[in-house]
Write a protein that binds this ligand. Structure first.
Ligand SMILES: Nc1ncnc2c1ncn2[C@@H]1O[C@H](COP(=O)(O)OP(=O)(O)O)[C@@H](O)[C@H]1O
Ligand SMILES: [Mg+2]
Length: 200
């Protein structure tokens, strides 16, 4: 896996966000360094999802900064955040159920050959990332046939197929079993070893 060891101290600084005049985030800060695993704790409605959506620019902040490697960034959309190595996996997932695992993984960054999708290469590459996290399925499997835990693993395989710096998982254990949770934590430990910063 290609993971750049990027030295950044702060990811968000003084983030403020209100919805309809109600302040949800007040000067929110999160800081992650490569190889660190953090847990963002707070009761329901505390603003955890809002903060990570601001990080990926799915939501616009009212004020504050998102900083990576000491530089303020201004992502226009979540795709730009992903391109800069910030991957957020939401509870509701972002997969197309009607296509295969590999098609989901390379959506928007397809391997091409003579202007056509290079299926062989796509499947090989998908398998490579899936093997890294022990996702033992055919890359051709239709996503709609997968369990919640398997869909989550596909999201992680997709995230590590980018030059990943920070992986954010929103309530990753909410809908999976204890055994699946253990496996997820093993993957998190493995990514940590490889220098990815992780927020859950
Ligand atoms: N898109 C939205 N529009 C209006 N209010 C929202 C929106 N998203 C979140 N909120 C509100 O912001 C607060 C924080 O929500 P959220 O970030 O989802 O909390 P958490 O993830 O910590 O449970 C809640 O009161 C929620 O109702
Ligand atoms: Mg939430």
């Amino acid at each position: 896996m290609k993971v750049q060891l990027y030295s950044f101290d702060t990811l968000t600084k003084d983030i403020n966000k209100s919805f309809f005049g109600v302040k949800v985030l007040k000067d929110a800060q999160i800081s992650v360094k490569p190889g660190e695993v953090h847990v963002l704790l707070g009761e329901n409605g505390a603003g955890k999802s809002t903060l990570i959506k601001i990080l990926s620019s799915a939501y616009k902040k009212d004020s504050g900064q998102v900083i990576i490697g000491g530089e303020e960034v201004h992502f226009k959309n979540p795709k730009e955040a992903i391109d800069q190595g910030i991957s957020v996996i939401y509870q509701e997932f972002n997969l197309n159920p009607f296509v295969s695992i590999y098609e989901n993984m390379f959506l928007g960054k397809e391997y091409l050959k003579n202007g056509m999708i290079d299926e062989k290469k796509s499947i090989e590459e998908a398998k490579k990332h899936m093997d890294r996290i022990g996702l033992d399925l055919s890359p051709r499997t239709l996503v709609s046939t997968l369990s919640v835990a398997q869909k989550q693993m596909v999201e992680i395989a997709k995230a590590i197929s980018y030059d990943l710096k920070v992986l954010v998982l929103d309530e990753p254990t909410a809908a999976i079993t204890e055994t699946e949770t253990k496996k997820l934590f093993e993957i998190v430990r493995e990514l940590k070893k490889q220098g990815v910063g992780i927020k859950t």
